[in-house]
Design a binder for this molecule. Sequence first.
Ligand SMILES: [Zn+2]
Length: 586
Amino acid sequence: MGIADDDIEKLRSTVSIVDTVQGYVALKKVGRNWSGLCPFHAEKSPSFYVREEMGRFKCFGCDKGGDIFTFIQEIEHTDFPGAIEHLAAKAGITLNYTTTGQSKERARRKTLTEAMGDAVEWYHERLLKDPGARAARDYLRSRGLSGDIARQFKLGWAPDDWDQLSNDLGRPADVLQDVGLSFRNRRNRMQDAFRARVMFPIFSESGEALAFGGRILPGSDDPAKYKNSSETPIYQKSKTLYGLNWAKADAAKSGQIVVCEGYTDVIGFHLAGVPRAVATCGTALTEEHVRILKRYASRVVLSFDADAAGQGAAERFYEWEEKHQVEVSVADLPQGRDPGELAQRQPDVLVEATEKPVPFLRFRLNRVTKKLPRDTPEQKVRFANESLGVLEEHPNPDIRRIYAGEIAAQVGLPVEDFVSRIGNQRKRLSVEPTRSRQRVPMENAEFAALVLLVQEWDSIAEWLIEALFDSDANRLAFLALADAGNLAGALDAAPPDARDVLERAAVADLDLDAVVEAKSLIAAATKRELRQRTRMIDAVSLEEDRAAKLDLMALDEPDSVRALASAESLLGWLHRRTEERSAAVE
Ligand SMILES: [Zn+2]
């Protein structure tokens, strides 16, 4: 049984979201939005916005957002039909009931995350009550991870047994296999994937259970200290950050997010009163991770030995700083101490390290030059040369110059000499230097286009194609909008990441010029595509690329007819590139 779509639309179009919210929250007009103190989290200054034309609300503090129905669901603690009935009763509308279906894929995802949610509870129960979990409880207590902490982070214990979970959970074999909780053994029986391990459940940003990391107890003869869930339909490591569900509110509030290496490090930061730490799940930090982090905070503090990964890692960090407009710095912790340990003995060290993080370049410089003496002229020159080597890694000439000035002063070399040497040198990097034209980072250009599409469809719709969107979340948001033709339909169909983009786009209050945004997006996509085509050698492709480069230059011409014609031909070129790629895949 469901409620007829017509009735839902009627409610949506007749009931004012601002009036409805004002029944619960005092709102003031701010620009195009209405704003007030969020009813869903405690705050002293307003970060809760409502936009009448869009029928949407969004809180930038706790991240809750949605339409009038979501608002009623949240504030009245009811489900979707309950919210509709509540609003209909107030508006005096009689509802018609029908039967409805749910999309298959969504239903499967729900089945899988629910099974994982049950597994989280099951392992958690074992940890709290199972006599066999005593050693695990003792171990966690010794690390300061018992009691409330174990409950908050839903820590668990996988018993030392073959198939307790598989038998107890009461889920079909295909579900258990799909989420990686069990596998079929040689005797064709379901066997638990985790055994004799302390379990750290990994949740999505919105709190759905996705995966587990399991740790052996000290003294175990299992060679793998950590065992992580393998990738499943609901779990991709390159896109998942452990702890983001607990960290996101504080990260958004403070503008800073801490990236650690392990589950216990994340919990350690929480214990020390820094509840904005996340960890990668057994992989290096990826660009996709950075995109996710950037949605909550632009200051990223690394709390692991980032230098151990070497120069390649440094180059990636600098590249991301420019491309995604994030600021990467390092929590300078005493060497050889991990955040999990420090949380127990010196929590204030953790707090201070996040309050005064060291810029990544300075951290690298300190590492390289710390042990170099600089008493004699010869030592000073060596010190200067080693420092220059580190500075060269940085793509921004102004930053190189500032650091070069400091180093020159330290060794007593003429500053101008030294700075001009470093200013012109850039050997190893392939990152494009910042140009003043790039006033917004690429991802923001994509977001701006989506804002326009959501808020002023006709102004930009004809300029947008799938190939313009590089970020997965933005691309999926675009596809959902293009497919549904309106925001409400797109929100229904979009996966969680894309839905979040759409929610933010609905209440964004930006002064945007559709033509300017479209051109900047087309330019970014063209450059990206051209970079990927460096290995093309056939004559036709070369000619096409040359034409695209000319069109790219013409985009900025003052002659607007010429510029728009170029934009159109670039869209055609980009579209053909996408078609070629999908043909190649098939
Ligand atoms: Zn809030």
